[in-house]
Design a protein around this ligand. Sequence first.
Ligand SMILES: C[S@@+](CC[C@H](N)C(=O)[O-])C[C@H]1O[C@@H](n2cnc3c(N)ncnc32)[C@H](O)[C@@H]1O
Ligand code: SF4
Length: 385
Amino acid sequence: MFKEKNIPLSIYVHIPWCIHKCPYCDFNSHEFKKQDIKNDESIYTEALVKQLENTNINNYRKPISSIFFGGGTPSLFNPETFKKIITKIKDKFELNKNCEITIEANPGTLDKEFFYGYKDVGINRMSLGIQSFNQKHLTKLERIHDQQEAIESASLALKLFDKVNIDLMFALPQQTKLELSDDIKMAIDLNSSHISYYHLTIEPNTTFYKHPPKLPTHDESAELFDLVNKKLVNNGFLHYETSAYAKKNSECKHNLNYWNFGDYIGIGAGAHSKITTNDSIRRYVCHKNPKYYVSEASKNNYINDEQLLSTNDRIFEFMMNALRINNGFKTNIFEERTNLPIKKIEKELSIAKDKELIEEINGRIKPTLLGQQFLNELLQIFLKD
Ligand SMILES: C[S@@+](CC[C@H](N)C(=O)[O-])C[C@H]1O[C@@H](n2cnc3c(N)ncnc32)[C@H](O)[C@@H]1O
Ligand code: SF4
């Protein structure tokens, strides 16, 4: 029997529109036409609320621990929209009293009234997509904001919200150490409690894939990563996950739930869910195209794909998530979340230990520095056919 009632549950809501599609971005986001956004917003919100209304997850679970409005660019939408969605969530589920509610925002959409409005409707964390403070890089990344707007939106977010994350990327086209150093300094000076620092990756189906820019070499990227890591750690940030840095007690609860193989309900175009019941773990994916998602919502049909996780899937997916956390996991969490005894992976754990990719400290299995650096090699050990 799976212990589904012990497993934390969170909610992800996807908003699939942006003002401009960035050349590196592979997320389910689409450029909207200015004249359509109001109409799209209200029709899409209706579909989201309907999907929530029709989501029936067993009600004896723990209260919802976090809600995340991601995109795309949720900050294009009106606070009233989020009020409707949060109200529906509260109708259907019990919220934890410290429920973390995050909205992703793009500094190029800075609307002061909207920012105040988000706070009024109960959003308590903002994640800002800044990417860089350097104008040359912002232009190359085709961002719709400049350095000044990035700083202004971060300052306002920090004034309004207890928790603010700043998304930045490194290993940008032709980025020098000096430029990166300046970016990191500006991020630190803003004094947010969380920074996500992503290595720019070139994803298929993006403009950068079709027209590759000149990127730093593998060795140069490793040096740039070292710079990010050293500067942030020296300034009081804990490097707690592959790309995430936080001041004490400021880790992102929502992402930690993914990495700890918790459950989540995904609402909206292309959103993913992972749900444990008393006899299985299943993944669900909603229809990806926003127009199709909306049209199918009228028939109460939201799901495009459903997958039952096999034993091997459960092992690999648990490891793929939990080994991203630098502090690793406790063996009882592996057993609770996969419904498998830790003995099942005894051989693989021993291989990974022999290769010095993991270590066991005080009952926690953690990736070593080598394991963090060669995470893919580490994960291969847990991949069975
Ligand atoms: C879904 S986006 C949401 C943020 C918001 N839409 C924005 O860009 O302002 C989340 C973050 O993923 C990161 N990201 C997107 N594409 C990436 C890529 N190809 N490589 C590395 N990081 C990427 C960016 O830092 C981005 O802020
Ligand atoms: S604004 Fe964010 S979600 Fe939209 S295209 Fe750019 S990176 Fe992707």
